[in-house]
Design a protein around this ligand. Structure first.
Ligand code: PA5
Length: 488
């Protein structure tokens, strides 16, 4: 395993009263051990895993035939098309974008030699800003473009609207058989996109081909499921990715919390949040290629842990659990994630990190070996003869020091290089740490009821049939107040 976790600066030995003490750990340990046993029990039970949305924990063990099939279609798309447009939002987008930036070379779309015969990749359907999609469609050739739409429900407005636009564009560009240039990754049993797939395939078996989003795998935990076709298209080694994730899974299966990196990460974060008011979680990779991975983590943490209600576990006579949101027992908390990047943001958020309110924990990702390096020419300057990577490492060390010397807790994930193997391990680590944080805070880390509010309001205003009376009444009786006095 080429990932290491340096927690030194999370402890009071480095950052004084703002850090975690041995007594804090000792006090929390029995509760943490109980949480670890509970998580282990759920993950070991195939029915519970699916029902409670923890099936993601087994994704790295997927059957090789599934991977082979995805690789085959990925290669076919890659061979035949110049462009692939992926439509999806949230969990159906962020993992792909993170993989694209981490595992493909920078400027991938701009330079043919960097793509090694793979198509250009575009991400749309993740916003309702008309400018990006319109500009893209004006400038690519529909005959040379394949579209992958990813949506579990098929009802997500951003993705659905983009698909409608893209379909009309494809149809007018390639004719009636345009559906052969669309593949849908969606729920294999229900939802409007699934229904569309069934109807299209009845008409023409080559139209709207489809891969399933597996049961028990929520969007933000699904990169090892719905992200695979994208990886196959751009030529990432999926076997290596899974190997990294599996090895991390073994490491994170260790019972001893103090030796388990994901459990330890979550435990320290929870102590600092609950007892030392460190409510902001800054993830700052010192690698441009991992900035989108930090964006992916923002969704993972925010949607998983930022919850109004505590979880109520209801156990049926056969021992099966149901997790309910306990409206009588409010949480209304959760660490707020912030995505940053070194060294860019040392000239931005870092000032606040070092001198602003001491309410943050910064997690660095340090990459030991970059894909390339640059040696600065000349002599006589402080920088002459130095490599970019050595300066990057020094900057990361300096930032750690600057924070620690102001008693600001921080920790560092050390990655030997950004490879498919390490990136697979990194994602699995964050997923497991988030699941464990959910256990420690006793919230359901696998739903996102708060996302429904804006959706309901939009559906109500759009006149969507079937909207519940309670929701309609709530919107009607509590309109947004726009007092002109306050609009300057
Ligand atoms: O993590 C999640 O489940 C969400 O972020 C979803 O992925 C997101 O809302 C998109 O949903 P869908 O895939 O149904 O379009």
């Amino acid at each position: 395993m080429s990932l290491k976790f340096d927690f030194n600066n999370m402890f009071s030995s480095s950052v004084g009263a703002h850090g975690v003490s041995q007594q804090d750990i000792d006090k929390m340990l029995p509760e943490a051990q109980k949480a670890a046993r509970h998580l282990k029990k759920i993950i070991a039970d195939p029915d519970a895993r699916v029902k409670l949305n923890l099936e993601w924990a087994k994704l790295p063990e997927q059957d090789k035939t599934v991977i082979d099939q995805i690789q085959k279609i990925g290669k076919e798309i890659s061979r035949k098309f110049e462009n692939v447009v992926f439509l999806g939002i949230g969990g159906s987008y962020l993992g792909l974008k993170a993989a694209q930036d981490a595992l493909c070379l920078p400027y991938y779309n701009e330079f043919k030699n960097l793509r090694k015969k793979s198509p250009r990749v575009y991400f749309e359907g993740n916003n309702l800003d008309p400018d990006t999609l319109k500009t893209l469609l004006k400038n690519i050739n529909p005959k040379k473009t394949f579209v992958v739409v990813i949506s579990k429900s098929g009802e997500t407005t951003e993705t659905k609207a983009a698909l409608m636009i893209v379909e009309a564009w494809l149809k007018s560009g390639v004719g009636a058989k345009y559906g052969r240039q669309i593949l849908a990754i969606t729920d294999p049993e229900s939802g409007s996109l699934h229904k569309r797939v069934v109807a299209e395939q009845e008409r023409d078996a080559s139209s709207f081909r489809s891969f399933p989003l597996l049961k028990g795998v929520g969007g933000r935990f699904s990169e090892f499921n719905m992200g695979l076709l994208h990886l196959a298209i751009v030529g990432v080694n999926i076997t290596e990715l899974f190997k990294g994730a599996r090895e991390m899974s073994a490491k994170c299966g260790q019972e001893d919390i103090l030796k388990n990196p994901a459990y330890m990460y979550a435990l320290l974060q929870v102590i600092l949040y609950n007892q030392k008011a460190k409510s902001l979680a800054v993830l700052m990779p010192f690698s441009q290629s991992l900035k989108s991975t930090a964006d992916w983590y923002v969704q993972l943490l925010a949607e998983s842990i930022g919850k109004k209600c505590h979880r109520k576990i209801v156990v049926s006579p056969d021992g099966a659990e149901d997790w309910l949101n306990d409206k009588e027992n409010l949480f209304a908390k959760g660490r707020t994630p912030i995505s940053a990047a070194g060294t860019n943001d040392l000239h931005s958020i870092q000032q606040n990190n070092v001198e602003g309110e001491n309410n943050k924990v910064v997690t660095f990702i340090r990459v030991e070996n970059f894909k390339t390096d640059l040696k600065i020419p000349g002599a006589g300057d402080l920088l002459s003869g130095k490599s970019f990577s050595s300066l990057m490492h020094l900057a990361q060390e300096a930032t750690e020091w600057a924070l620690a010397s102001e008693n600001r807790p921080n920790c560092t994930i050390i990655m030997s290089e950004v490879s498919a193997y390490n990136w697979g391990a990194l994602l699995f680590f964050f997923e497991m740490a988030t699941a464990f944080e959910g256990e420690l805070q006793n919230v359901n880390a696998f739903d996102q009821p708060g996302v429904e509010g804006y959706k309901n309001y939009m559906y109500y205003k759009l006149g969507k049939p079937g909207i519940s009376q309670t929701i309609a009444e709530a919107i009607k009786n509590n309109p947004l107040v726009k007092n002109s006095e306050y609009i300057l």
